[in-house]
Design a protein around this ligand. Structure first.
Ligand code: GAR
Length: 223
């Protein structure tokens, strides 16, 4: 079916901070022919920039402060109830910095995706750019993946690679990766909204001609 005939994919976004990835998703969803529509932005931290970005875009915001709850389960049940109110087809974690329990992941199984600042399965967890520099890799990047209960695991939807340059520090490398994140996340969400992403138990099949065998990142470049 042509995407123009589909209902837009209903998207909710979970955030915790700056929200630059949220902004990239908002910008992309703002296009007149966008196959995705963001209906809710929910943060576990009050007063963060991501909430401001959503308000400027006219998107409903909610705050579920994890500190107000006695247990992780109670926090997640409230978060889940808030999400349910938006009936999302897909939930994007965009800089959402709480580890989720298997209960929450099971509740939203198949609908929960995340962006992580490394080429998974390399460098799961925190401080990915520092660790990439320490490891001496020449290529680093970011990954959009389905969320599974093991942290930063799950079938990979898309990845973007950037070179590591000789004078990089964690900040310069993070900035280069972040620019790639802002291109990758809307691209992946659009493919999902167009029905071009088929999720298996361990991997994802992409029904798209955007995968190009001629694309190669050599670092250092060929001489
Ligand atoms: C992004 O780099 C994102 O990949 C990372 O946090 C940053 C959020 O920036 N996420 C994680 O580390 C999740 N494990 P943003 O709030 O400006 O999008």
């Amino acid at each position: 079916m042509a995407s123009a005939l589909r209902e837009p994919l209903r998207v909710a976004v979970m955030v915790s901070g700056r929200g630059s990835n949220l902004q990239a998703l908002l910008n992309s969803a703002d296009a007149p022919d966008s196959p995705a529509s963001i209906g809710l932005v929910v943060s576990n931290v009050p007063n963060v920039q991501a909430l401001e970005r959503a308000k400027v875009a006219g998107i409903r915001t909610e705050v579920v402060p994890h500190r107000d709850f006695d247990s992780r389960e109670a926090f997640e049940r409230e978060m889940s109830d808030v999400l349910e109110s938006a009936s999302p087809d897909i939930i994007c974690q965009a800089g959402f910095m709480r580890i989720l329990t298997p209960w929450f992941i099971e509740r939203w199984n198949g609908r929960l995706i995340n962006i992580h600042p490394s080429l998974l399965p390399a460098f799961p967890g925190l401080k990915t750019h520092e660790r990439a520099l320490e490891a001496g890799v020449r290529v680093h990047g970011c990954t959009v993946h389905m969320v599974r209960s093991e942290v930063d695991s799950g079938p990979i939807i898309g990845q973007a690679a950037v070179p590591v340059l000789p004078n990089d520090d964690p900040d310069s490398l993070a900035e280069r990766v972040l620019q790639a994140e802002h291109r990758l996340y809307p691209t992946c969400l659009k493919l999902i909204a167009e029905g071009k992403v088929q999720i298996g138990s361990d991997s994802v099949f992409l029904a798209t001609d955007l995968c190009d065998e001629r694309q190669v990142l050599l670092n250092p470049a060929a001489v």
